[in-house]
Design a protein around this ligand. Sequence first.
Ligand code: ASP
Length: 316
Amino acid sequence: MQRRTFIKQTSILTALASTQTLASNNPSTQFPMVISTWKNEKANEAAWASLQKTGRALDAVEAGARIPEADPNDTSVGYGGFPDRDGNVTLDACIMDEKGNAGSVTFLQHIMHPISVARAVMEKTPHVMLSGEGALQFALSQGFKKENLLTDVAKKAWEEWKKTSKYEPKINIERHDTIGLLALGTKGEISGACTTSGLAFKMHGRVGDSPVIGAAVFCDDEVGGACATGLGEFVLKTLGSFLIVELMRNGKTPQQACEEAIMRIVKRYNYKEFQIGYLALNKKGEYGAYSIQSGFSYTITENGVTKVIESKYYMK
Ligand code: ASP
């Protein structure tokens, strides 16, 4: 490249970069707002109520995640979550704030609100991730209560599954309700969270993407955030949320970034057999979503109004 062309291109890029900085501070920027995977109106409403109180995105995503965690009818998250193939409810969660702080728990049992334990890991320890027995001990030391999370409904479903399963963990398309949330606070700062009981009837000890920062959730306050749901193994293998944030950093819209992240999976893996859904939100309040199969939806709350939107998807 000739030097003059280089200088010209560089100055265009610099001009573009400063427009973006201006745009992200623009008063027309849409915040606060909350967006979450699947049909999760109650979670969004709790997140919105939290925003009215503290204005902080981090409080909002935690408050939202706690709703399905405590709901016995949600069989993919927290209390009432379907157990692993040995009958244990094991939980994964992570949380990340606008400063790049992160906390997570994996393979946690007996605690109704893993998202709050993840936040405590972030705020009260020098670590990012605590697992299994250690995570439980930490939770108890922080005043969380030990509870039985296996409901009668989940136990029955597991007993039914055992009759025909041959003890084989199954990849399935339908059973994904993991909640991932992203929020912009009243100052426009971004945070994200994710919480799950993981795949129904998984192998004991299996951990998916949901507690892994960069896989299930990633936020960068210069750019925005992303979160994931679906078969965690493929989100892990492609580090989907980190990828989406980096694509947005390089100029893609949230929609384009989600589509590109799904294409990375489609190109390399036997995608017809499983579902992944991605959600992204940038600092301007623009959002996007994309999944492999039909059926993925997301819930958005802006100006106090909550609506559920069907995501675009790859497999027609
Ligand atoms: N991503 C979760 C996992 O793999 C499952 C889900 O989204 O339902 O554990």
